[in-house]
Ligand binder design. Structure first.
Ligand code: ADP
Length: 323
């Protein structure tokens, strides 16, 4: 291969820029050309493609978001859309494609490779940490730190007013952000989709807190939690315990922004280089990840279908520590 294309796709995550920088700089190191596709797969279809050199990625290692921009592109889900993308890949003499994104983006890359034989390699970028084949995804650590900073602030006001706060955090269908930020911020209860929480369990946790003399409470709720959402949970709790002064905070998109943490910058740098080296070694239809501190490549088929599992030890200690 002589030219590698790189695209950021799907939901953005802090550290995507650091990954992009690593791809571009590794290409330069190995004397490969690098082309950046703007706006996710949309840029492939509309030929929104720019040449990237080592200086094009100066001063971005510390910036959240993605300078290439990202998008959700419906047209890439169709064969005609991918045909147009292939024509632009040829026009730009791109021999292989690195996709920084989530499992939706990998599914698109996988289909594209199967149809047109362009080697593709994935780099997991999402705050949700819901991708199999890597211990952490790029952006996850930053999001966790943003969440605990926010909850620390909420704790100050919760304590001052003896209030109970229900705090909704992101994670799509996964509870990684909720579970880990809940432990790190000392939550009284953590509701995640992986755990079949009964509302009774929440009430027990609240009662335990009361018996233990707690006057304020932080309850962390994953957005994918199936009990009807954070507002309903707060309403049910108020009906059951009218004496509690309850507030709801939905942290929302602040979790997706901000400068990446050291851990995310290092992860992104390692995976960006691994992606270029992986393609040079002839790997394709795989995702680069880090497991037990080693670079590993997981076939897209597996990365897309399998789920990262929640560590039961974390659920157990969260319960022990909330007493
Ligand atoms: P993420 O990569 O963060 O999971 P999405 O699920 O939105 O985000 O996927 C990003 C993009 O990948 C979509 O907008 C679409 O262009 C492409 N994509 C997703 N699924 C498919 C598919 N089955 N076939 C082709 N392209 C897909």
């Amino acid at each position: 291969i002589k030219t590698i294309g790189v695209v950021t796709s799907g939901g953005d995550a802090p550290g995507m820029n650091a990954a992009l920088r690593a791809v571009v700089r590794a290409c330069s190191y190995y004397k490969l050309r690098c082309k950046g596709i703007r706006l996710g797969y949309e840029g492939l279809i509309t030929n929104n493609i720019v040449e990237l050199g080592p200086r094009s990625v100066s001063n971005i290692i510390n910036r959240g978001g993605t300078i290439l921009k990202t998008a959700r592109c419906a047209e890439f889900r169709t064969e005609e859309g991918r045909k147009k993308a292939y024509e632009n890949i040829k026009k730009n003499e791109i021999d292989a494609l690195i996709v920084i994104g989530g499992d939706g983006s990998f599914t698109g890359a996988h289909n594209f490779e199967k149809e047109f034989g362009i080697p593709t390699l994935g780099v997991p970028g999402t705050i949700d940490n819901d991708i199999f084949g890597t211990d952490n995804t790029i952006g996850y650590d930053t999001a966790l730190n943003t969440v605990i900073n926010a909850i620390d602030k909420i704790r100050d006001t919760a304590t001052s007013h003896n209030r109970m706060f229900f705090i909704e955090v992101m994670g799509r269908d996964a509870g990684f952000i909720a579970l880990n930020s809940g432990i790190a911020s000392g939550a009284q209860d953590i509701l995640i989709p992986e755990k079949k929480d009964e509302i009774e369990e929440l009430f027990e946790a609240i009662q335990r807190g009361e018996k233990a003399g707690k006057l304020s409470n932080i309850i962390v709720v994953a957005e994918g939690e199936e009990l009807g959402g954070v507002y309903d949970l707060a309403k049910f709790t108020k009906m059951k315990y009218p004496k509690y002064d309850i507030r709801v905070t939905v942290l929302g998109h602040i979790q997706r922004g901000g400068e990446p943490t050291c851990a995310d910058r290092v992860l992104a740098s390692r995976l960006g280089v691994a992606a270029v080296e992986g393609l040079m070694e002839g790997r394709s239809s795989v995702m680069a990840g880090i497991r037990s501190n080693n670079v590993v490549f997981t076939p897209f088929d597996e990365a897309i279908v399998k789920q990262n599992v929640i560590n039961n030890e974390l659920i157990r200690i969260a319960d022990i520590l909330a007493r």
